[in-house]
Design a protein around this ligand. Structure first.
Ligand SMILES: O=C1C[C@@](O)(C(=O)O)C[C@@H](O)[C@@H]1O
Length: 173
């Protein structure tokens, strides 16, 4: 579907893949985006204690307030993410995607996103450009509406806020 708003509810899909960061229990740090070789105490913005459930709850609250319908999905399996993207065709105005490690490898997810022609924002909790050189390349960035990295989980909040404004402009409100 194009970015045209065709329903009262704007629809956004938030997808997360192969996350090294969503591990652990509620009491311990859940996402580990700090480079393993960074000195303790450095790069603190990329360390956090939010669980995937925390991120989803907060995103849901934010989208409810904005009048946006949100569906979320996390998988470690590339094919499941591709399926989810293909299912979104005609049902979704925007995708927020953190492809995790697949950022640096997945031609398949890239092709799926281009195939459905849904605009998307690429989010990384860490600054992938400040990490290992092989993390600097993304198979998504050149096709993304925007890329947010290094803001921790606030990147998801920023992405939703941006989408709400963009969809409002398109609606003419
Ligand atoms: O799994 C991840 C998380 C990540 O996408 C991020 O959100 O910072 C960055 C990727 O390089 C890494 O493999």
């Amino acid at each position: 579907m194009s970015v045209t708003i065709s329903s009262e509810w704007q629809r956004v899909r938030m997808l997360a893949a192969a996350h090294q960061q969503y591990e652990g229990t509620r009491r311990s740090p859940k996402w580990f985006s700090r480079p393993a070789d960074a000195s303790p105490g450095t790069n603190t913005i990329s360390q956090g204690s939010d669980t995937l459930a925390d991120v989803e709850t907060s995103a849901k609250k934010q989208t409810d307030q904005l009048g946006i319908s949100l569906s979320t999905f996390q998988s470690n399996h590339e094919g499941q993410i591709v399926d989810r993207i293909q299912e979104a065709r005609g049902h979704c105005d925007f995708v927020i995607l953190n492809p995790g490690g697949l950022t640096h490898t997945s031609v398949t997810i890239r092709d799926a996103l281009l195939g459905v022609q849904i605009p998307f924002i690429e989010v990384h909790v860490s600054n992938i450009h400040a990490r290992e050189p092989w993390r600097n390349h993304s198979y998504f960035s050149d096709k993304a509406v925007a890329v947010i990295c290094g803001l921790g989980v606030f990147g998801y909040t920023a992405a939703i806020d941006f989408i709400a404004r963009k969809l409002d402009v398109q609606k003419g409100s």
